[in-house]
Design a binder for this molecule. Structure first.
Ligand code: FAD
Length: 449
């Protein structure tokens, strides 16, 4: 019998598999699609870590304590503090562990939501998953079964989870423990309608396997759910472009946001994760990011979510030498757009935005700057839901819990299928971070059981 079955081969699943093999366990990893990777491989590759060598090299002072404070603040203290604490305690060791496995990180970037100091560590996400998989498989302890979906969890007479039933007509797979790492449910219309009706008109981008399978299987055994009311979209997604994996990302770095009537509608310096709610409340659920050359130049072609240059090359930006001409291109009354920008510039000069109380360029970072240097740019933007950030209640050893707080024996979960960690909103890098940190913890916990 296999020691551990891992359900799903994204960042959480392969992290769990690697940690389990490092403890000497045999692993059967089931991946329902032909290729593993999930949403993890599609992602922006941003991970939130605190106290790293990269931050130190860039003169950034950070600590697990500050990370804890920020995560709870972003989550509006709805999050389960024990889980947040578990993340904060394990994240630095997980960062070192990823590096030891061969994962490479780029310098830390500043633009992020919910971070009081820069702590976004970027990776090539598909490469990170491949690296984790290669490291796990190098142990010789992994049996990898792509194209095999788990369909149900099997319990023994005492209620202990002892395996999974595959959908392919194959025999049951038995194991001493099962780790659910099947991702979120952004590709399951029924679950979205139940838990996120406010985002019915949003764009959803996620791995094709993100259908909530593991969540439904564990719920059927009495697992409790957390944070289900807090699915959030990210502002800055082009509403129609899906030409390549790059175009799936949202971009945002300090523009003003206007609706189709040419008026600002929100304090743009709140978390860009929360700007999603605001744009969904606008006509046609879309608006424009309006910026000048100065803000455009702050883009960064090394980071997918800040790569304005690539969007420009792809023809996704409207560009004009004057605000009036830009307004004409996006079919907004030029007088209204010019008035909006003029008033905004006045607020920048005065150091106070009485309309929306905008304080920074992006969340906690950057001084406000006038929009004044031609050419001027407009980027059509709506909210995109990249993940569902809610789900199975777990404890800090990744054990799946019932509503009375008792653990379902033999059952663990990690990554986007879990709830409780983010609370009401989430920090940039904390979803992929959660996948690797709790994936690793789940693998270790299964070994310790
Ligand atoms: C475009 C995009 C950009 C993002 N950018 C970021 C970012 O920069 N930073 C960040 O923190 N977060 C980001 N996120 C969110 C983050 O990537 C995910 O929350 C995280 O990667 C989820 O990891 P996971 O391993 O839990 O799930 P996944 O990576 O989705 O993996 C789950 C795997 O399980 C498989 N599976 C599902 N059901 C079954 C079953 N029944 N049996 C077997 N296998 C199954 C799936 O096919 C999939 O391969 C982004 C998401 C997207 C889509």
């Amino acid at each position: 019998m296999t020691d551990v079955i891992v359900m799903g081969g994204g960042a959480a699943g392969w992290s769990a598999a690697l940690a389990a093999t490092q403890a000497g366990l045999s692993v059967l990893l089931l991946e329902k699609l032909a290729e593993s990777g999930g949403s993890s491989a599609l992602s922006g590759g941003c991970l939130a870590f605190a106290g790293t060598d990269l931050q130190a090299a860039q003169g950034v002072e950070d600590s697990p304590g500050l990370l804890l404070r920020d995560l709870c603040e972003v989550g509006q203290h709805v999050n389960d503090e024990a889980l947040v604490r578990a993340y904060c305690e394990a994240q630095l060791a997980t960062y070192d562990w990823l590096k030891a496995a061969g994962v490479g990180f780029s310098p830390v970037i500043e633009t992020a939501s919910g971070q009081s100091v820069p702590r976004v560590h970027t990776v090539d996400p598909a490469d990170m998953v491949r690296t984790l998989r290669a490291a796990a498989e190098a142990s010789g302890l992994v049996e990898y079964r792509p194209g095999v979906a788990a369909r149900a969890l099997i319990q023994d007479a005492d209620g202990r989870v002892v395996g999974v039933r595959p959908g392919s007509g194959e025999d049951l797979f038995g194991a001493r423990a099962v780790i659910i790492a099947s991702g979120g449910f952004a590709r399951n219309p029924d679950l979205l309608e139940r838990y996120a009706p406010q985002y019915a008109e949003a764009v959803f981008v996620a791995g094709a396997g993100s259908q909530g399978d593991g969540l439904l299987m564990a719920e059927a055994l009495g697992a409790d759910l957390r944070d289900m009311a807090y699915v959030k979209g990210t502002f800055g997604k082009h509403p129609t472009d899906e030409t390549n994996d790059h175009s799936l990302q949202a971009v945002y770095k300090g523009a003003i946001a206007v609706n189709q009537g040419g008026k600002r509608f929100v304090n743009e310096s709140i978390s860009y994760k929360l700007l999603g709610d605001a744009v969904m409340a606008q006509p046609w659920h879309t608006g424009y990011q309006i910026m000048d050359q100065g803000i455009f130049d702050t883009g960064d072609d090394r980071v997918r979510i800040l790569d304005f240059g690539r969007r420009l090359e792809e023809g996704l930006f409207y560009v004009a030498d004057s605000l009036e001409a830009l307004a004409a291109r996006i079919e907004i009354d030029p007088d209204v757009l010019v008035d909006t920008v003029t008033r905004y510039n006045g607020y920048v000069d005065a150091g106070r935005d009485p309309e929306f109380n905008r304080t920074h360029l992006v969340h906690h970072h950057g001084a406000l700057r006038r929009i004044e240097t031609a050419p001027f740019y407009a980027y059509p933007s709506t909210a995109v839901v990249f993940g569902t950030y809610c789900g199975l209640r777990i404890d800090n050893a990744a054990r799946v819990l019932r509503s009375d707080g008792s653990a379902i024996a033999g059952l663990y979960a990690a990554g986007e299928v879990t709830g409780g960690f983010h609370g009401a909103a989430y920090m940039t890098g904390s979803a992929l971070g959660k996948a690797v940190v709790f994936g690793r913890l789940a693998g270790m916990a299964a070994a310790a059981q």
